[in-house]
Write a protein that binds this ligand. Structure first.
Ligand code: NAP
Length: 288
């Protein structure tokens, strides 16, 4: 596949589209706020005026959007991508979305003779820039094969989880753990501060010891340095945890810990950190 449309050029989408360009693919980009596309256009991408225009000549269309509302609008809304795609092409949504929506979109694509993959990613801004994302893919095996070169251009590869929706399911399970870890880390760092322990020392011990998951290792220095440069925005974590809570509830699991974590991130957003990194959730507990 050579002609690719990329829809959604945020923190993740822009570097992903850039990787495709760098691999010599013909990339047409679209973003709601068109100004965000400028660096990609400078690097050789074509700019489309609508998702439909971007999709009309593409062999594969990839979306990387904030949430289900954005994804629904971009794929199925007025000037949406799906209606403009040719039969036999491939639609891929790499945003973190719900299983229900991914199955619905997959069915809408199938009805038009278009392949569909839900392919959310693990990894963040840095991994998107360096091309080491991991794609968790739901859909038909032959479509996963067709998309292999795209996933390799944007990441270190893909895991075929199962049928449509299963990539989204595993991503939500993954982000449940991520959300709870970052919220509990914020409480731990705040407790160290309040007790008078050197916060850098406490952070180093947590990161080096049993609690030190790759995520904790990554977020500790940001909390200690109060560096909230956006990698993963606070409202997106609220969104993910909302999808997580609903998804688990449908399976009979009430997630008290995810609800508590969501409250923390919502409090951070309400306190003015909505344009900052999830590490800023520590500010909810800070006294100075
Ligand atoms: P972001 O920087 O906030 O970008 C969001 C994108 O969605 C932007 O292109 C934005 O367009 C677009 N958008 C929002 N609402 C829209 C609407 N109603 N109609 C059309 N476009 C809309 O977020 P991100 O960090 O790139 O994340 C994108 C997705 O990847 C999310 O689902 C997120 O959960 C997931 N994800 C993020 C990370 C991470 O570390 N950042 C990691 C893994 C997965 P505008 O520019 O016009 O606002």
């Amino acid at each position: 596949m050579k002609r690719i449309a990329f829809l959604g050029l945020g923190i993740m989408g822009a570097p992903m589209a850039r990787r495709l360009l760098d691999h010599g693919l013909h990339v047409t980009v679209w973003n709601r706020k068109a100004a965000r596309a400028a660096p990609l256009v400078d690097a050789g991408a074509r700019l489309a005026e609508s998702p439909a225009q971007a999709a009309s000549n593409a062999e594969a269309v990839i979306a990387m959007l904030a949430d289900v509302d954005a994804s629904r609008t971009v794929w199925l809304g007025p000037a949406g991508a799906l209606a403009a795609m040719q039969r036999g092409t491939l639609a891929i949504d790499s945003s973190t979305l719900t299983v229900e929506w991914m199955r619905e979109l997959g069915a809408a694509a199938a009805a038009r003779g278009i392949g569909f993959l839900d392919a959310p990613v693990t990894g963040s801004k840095k991994q998107a820039e360096e091309g080491s994302l991991n794609f968790l893919v739901g859909g038909a095996a032959q479509d996963v094969e067709r998309a292999r070169s795209l996933f390799s251009a944007m990441g270190r590869g893909q895991v075929h989880v199962g049928p449509a929706g299963s990539g989204a399911m595993l991503k939500l399970i993954n982000n449940f753990m991520c959300g709870v870890q970052v919220a509990s880390l914020a409480e731990a760092i705040a407790m160290a501060e309040r007790s008078g322990i050197d916060v850098k020392l406490a952070g180093d011990i947590l990161a080096a010891g049993s609690p030190g998951s790759p995520l904790v290792k990554m977020v500790v220095p940001r909390m200690v340095a109060r560096d909230y440069t956006p990698n993963f925005l606070v409202p997106l974590m609220v969104k993910d945890l909302t999808y997580v809570i609903d998804t688990f509830r449908n399976a009979g699991i009430e997630l008290a810990d995810a609800r508590a974590a969501r409250e923390r991130f919502q409090a951070a957003a309400d306190a003015g950190h909505e344009h900052q990194d999830i590490a800023s959730v520590v500010e909810v507990f800070r006294r100075n």
